[in-house]
Design a protein around this ligand. Structure first.
Ligand code: AMP
Length: 191
C-alpha cells in the first residue's frame, strides 16, 4: 500500500494537491477538516463539538479526532492506499495512526511536507475565503490562531517522521502544476 501523509500549514495547498495525488495513484483521500465540515453541515453531535474548536482556529481534541479517523479507515477496507490530509496534527495523533495502520498490516510510506512562508499563507487563505465559504479563512485573527497552533502543536510532527526517515520537505511555492510535479517525483523515487 501507498500511504501518504500530506503535511503543511493552513493554506499550503494540501487540499489542492490531494486531488492530484488521488487521481494519479488511486488513493483514498481522508481529510479530517473535510470530515468535520461534513459533520457540521449535517448537524451531527460530532459537528457541533468540532465547530466550537474550528471557529476559534484551535484543534479538535485528539481523542475525538483519532476515533473519527479510525472509523474512516474501517469504512475503506479495500483501499489501495490512503492520503492523509490534515492528519496527524499532533504527535499523539501520529502515534495513534502508526498503531492503527499496524493493525491493518501496513504503515506510512512517506510524509510530504509542503513548505510555504507565513506571509504567503495568510494571503492565500484570505483569497480562498472569497470562494470557500469558510469562516475560519475570512478572519485574520482566526488565521493567526491556526498558524500559531500549527507552529506550536503540528510542526513538531515532522520530527516524528524524520526519526523514521520518512520526512520529505517539498517547496510549496510556484504554480500548482510545478508543485504537483515535485510531489510526483518524490513519490516515484520512493524505495
Ligand atoms: P483543515 O480543513 O485541515 O484546514 O482543518 C480545519 C480545522 O479543522 C482545523 O483548524 C481544526 O480546527 C480542525 N481539524 C482538522 N484536522 C484536525 C486534526 N487532525 N486534529 C485536530 N483538529 C483538526
Amino acid at each position: 500500500m501507498l500511504n501518504i501523509v500530506l503535511f503543511g500549514p493552513p493554506g499550503a495547498g494540501k487540499g489542492t494537491q490531494s486531488e492530484k495525488l488521488i487521481e494519479q495513484y488511486q488513493l483514498k483521500h481522508l481529510s479530517t477538516g473535510d470530515i468535520f465540515r461534513a459533520n457540521i453541515k449535517g448537524e451531527t453531535e460530532l459537528g457541533t463539538l468540532a465547530k466550537s474548536y474550528i471557529d476559534k482556529g484551535a484543534l479538535v481534541p485528539d481523542e475525538v479526532t483519532i476515533n473519527m479517523l479510525k472509523a474512516e479507515l474501517e469504512k475503506n477496507p479495500n483501499a489501495k492506499g490512503f492520503i492523509f490530509d490534515g492528519f496527524p496534527r499532533t504527535t499523539p495523533q501520529a502515534e495513534a495512526l502508526d498503531e492503527l495502520l499496524a493493525s491493518l498490516d501496513t504503515s506510512i510510506s512517506v510524509m510530504l511536507a509542503l513548505e510555504v512562508a507565513e506571509e504567503e499563507l495568510k494571503a492565500r487563505l484570505l483569497e480562498r475565503a472569497k470562494t470557500s465559504g469558510r469562516t475560519d479563512d475570512a478572519d485574520p485573527a482566526i488565521i493567526q490562531n491556526r498558524i500559531d497552533t500549527y507552529n506550536s502543536q503540528t510542526a513538531p510532527v515532522k520530527n516524528f517522521y524524520a526519526d523514521q526517515q520518512k520526512l520529505q520537505e517539498i517547496n510549496g511555492l510556484g504554480s500548482i502544476d510545478e508543485i504537483t510535479d515535485r510531489l510526483f517525483s518524490a513519490i516515484d523515487t520512493l524505495d
